[in-house]
Design a protein around this ligand. Structure first.
Ligand code: GTP
Ligand code: MG
Ligand code: ZN
Length: 415
C-alpha cells in the first residue's frame, strides 16, 4: 500500500535537543569562532588570533561519513560543509562547527562551479596550528557519492549543486496550493523526480499543511499524485508543525542518513526542519495573504544534525528547476516502453499510423496531460544535453589550445 494517511493522535516521537547541531551565525563576524559560538583555543592571550586545537575529537559518523577515514596529515581534519555564505563556508566535524575558507584553487575563474565545495560535501580541512597561521582552509573536496543538481538559471550552461552526498530527497508540496486550496501540481512533482534520478537518492513526496485543509482533499491529492507518478513513489501527507504527524518520516531519517528538503518557498521546509530538530532554529514566515506564495525566508542551504542521528539539509525555495541534460527521465519509463511498440522507429507520436502511444491515450491507459509534460521535459532535456555537449567541446578545445601554446613557448625558449 503506497498511500499513507496523515498520522493523528498517536505520537511516539519525543525529540531530544542536540548540542552538537550546527548554529548559523554569520561567518564574516566570527572568523575565529566555531559556529556554535565556542572560541578556538588561544595559544597565548593578547591580540593573537586563536589557534584551533588540532587534537580535538571529531565524529565522522555523526556527519554521515561512511567507511574508513581518508588519509589525513597532522593538521588536517575530515569535515562536512554545512553552509555556504558570501564570506566563506561553515563546516562541521561531528564534534563542532567552525568557519573555513576555500583554498585559492577553488576560487579560480573558469572552474566548473560544480567542482567547488557545496553543502553536504565531505572535505579535508587544514587547521591552523600557530598563532598567525591562515584560518581553517578547505583543501580538498572528497569524491561525492551523488549530488542533487539543477541547471543554473541564465543564458550560459552551468550546473548548480543543490546538495551533495544525500540519501533521501523530501519534496515538499503545500496542500493549500494555488490557484485554490484544492489543487496540486503533479507536473512539478514529475520535474523534481526527473532531477532526483541522477542524485542516487530516494525521492519521497511530502504534502504539507494537512491540518489546514479538509481530510477529504488530503486523500484526493494523494490519489491524484499516486495516479500520475511512477508506482512505488512514497507519498505522505503531514502537518509539519506537529511532531506526531511528522513521525511518519522517521523511517527515512535513520542515523547516518542525509536527507535534503526541497520545494517551493512557503511549502514548509524550515517548519518541518524545526519540528524534526525539536527547536526553532530556522526562521519561518507566513505566506503572503494575497496569493499564498512564500516569502523566500530561507536564503542559504543549511545542514543540521538531527536528534535522530540523521543529517538534514534545509534549502531556500526554488523557482526554477531546469533539467541538466543528463536525466534519464525514468519517471516516464513506461512511455518510452510504449514508444518501442510504435510502427515507426522515429514515431513523433502525432498522427503517424500505428502509434502505440496515441493508442494508449485513446484507450484511457495513458494520461494525456502526463504525455504532454513528458514531451516538454524530453525537449528541454534535449536542449540541455546539446548545451552541455557544446560546453564540454569548448572546454576540450581550450585545453588543446593551452597545451599547444605552452609547447610553443617551450620550443621558443629552447631556441
Ligand atoms: N498549518 C500549517 N502551517 C504550516 C505547515 N508547514 C508550514 N506552515 C506554515 O507555512 C509558512 C511557511 O513555512 P516555512 O517553513 O517558512 O516555508 P519554507 O518552505 O521554509 O519557505 P522558504 O524558506 O521561503 O523557502 C509558515 O507560516 C509556517 O508556519 C503545516 O504543515 N501546517
Ligand atoms: Mg525556509
Ligand atoms: Zn508513436
Amino acid at each position: 500500500m503506497r498511500l499513507r494517511a496523515p498520522e493523528s493522535g498517536r505520537c511516539a516521537a519525543f525529540h531530544r535537543w542536540d548540542s552538537a547541531a550546527v548554529g548559523t551565525p554569520h561567518p564574516s563576524s566570527v572568523a575565529w569562532r566555531t559556529a556554535d559560538g565556542t572560541r578556538l583555543a588561544r595559544k597565548e592571550s593578547g591580540d593573537n588570533p586563536p589557534v584551533a586545537k588540532v587534537e580535538s575529537p571529531t565524529d565522522p559518523v555523526r556527519i554521515g561519513w561512511r567507511g574508513a577515514l581518508p588519509p589525513l596529515h597532522g593538521t588536517q581534519r575530515l569535515a562536512r560543509v554545512s553552509a555556504q555564505h558570501r564570506a566563506g563556508y561553515e563546516v562541521h566535524d561531528g564534534a563542532r562547527a567552525f568557519n573555513a575558507q576555500p583554498a585559492p584553487r577553488f576560487l579560480k575563474r573558469g572552474i566548473d562551479p560544480a567542482e567547488r565545495p557545496a553543502v553536504g560535501d565531505f572535505v579535508i580541512i587544514d587547521l591552523p596550528t600557530e598563532a598567525g597561521d591562515a584560518p581553517p582552509h578547505i583543501v580538498e573536496v572528497l569524491p561525492r557519492r551523488g549530488a542533487l543538481t539543477r541547471a543554473a538559471a541564465g543564458e550560459r550552461y552551468g550546473r548548480q549543486v543543490i546538495a551533495a552526498n544525500i540519501d533521501v530527497v523530501l519534496v515538499l508540496m503545500g496542500l493549500d496550493g494555488r490557484p485554490n486550496s484544492r489543487s496540486i501540481n503533479p507536473a512539478r512533482a514529475e520535474r523534481y523526480l526527473a532531477l532526483i534520478e541522477g542524485s542516487h537518492a530516494q525521492a519521497v513526496i511530502v504534502l504539507t499543511k494537512s491540518d489546514k485543509v479538509e481530510a477529504e482533499w488530503v486523500d484526493e491529492a494523494l490519489q491524484q499524485l499516486a495516479a500520475r507518478l511512477p508506482a512505488g513513489t512514497p507519498l505522505h501527507a503531514i502537518n509539519g508543525k506537529d511532531a506526531c504527524s511528522v513521525a511518519v518520516l522517521d523511517g527515512y531519517l535513520k542515523p547516518g542518513v542525509t536527507a535534503v528538503l526541497v520545494g517551493s518557498s512557503g511549502a514548509g521546509k524550515s517548519t518541518l526542519t524545526n519540528t524534526l530538530l525539536g527547536e526553532a532554529r530556522m526562521a519561518t514566515a507566513a505566506t503572503r495573504a494575497s496569493d499564498d506564495r512564500g516569502r523566500h525566508t530561507t536564503t542559504h542551504r543549511a545542514l543540521l544534525l538531527l536528534p535522530s542521528g540523521a543529517c538534514l539539509i534545509d534549502t531556500p525555495g526554488m523557482r526554477e528547476l531546469k533539467l541538466t541534460g543528463e536525466e534519464g527521465l525514468d519517471v516516464f519509463a513506461d512511455i518510452d516502453a510504449l514508444a518501442t511498440r510504435c510502427r515507426f522507429a522515429d514515431c513523433g507520436h502525432g498522427n503517424e499510423p500505428g502509434c502505440a502511444v496515441r493508442a494508449a491515450i485513446d484507450a484511457g491507459e495513458l494520461d494525456a496531460a502526463r504525455f504532454t509534460h513528458y514531451l516538454k521535459l524530453d525537449s528541454e532535456r534535449g536542449q540541455q544535453t546539446e548545451a552541455l555537449e557544446a560546453q564540454l567541446h569548448r572546454k576540450a578545445q581550450a585545453k588543446v589550445q593551452t597545451r599547444a601554446l605552452r609547447q610553443l613557448y617551450r620550443d621558443r625558449e629552447r631556441k
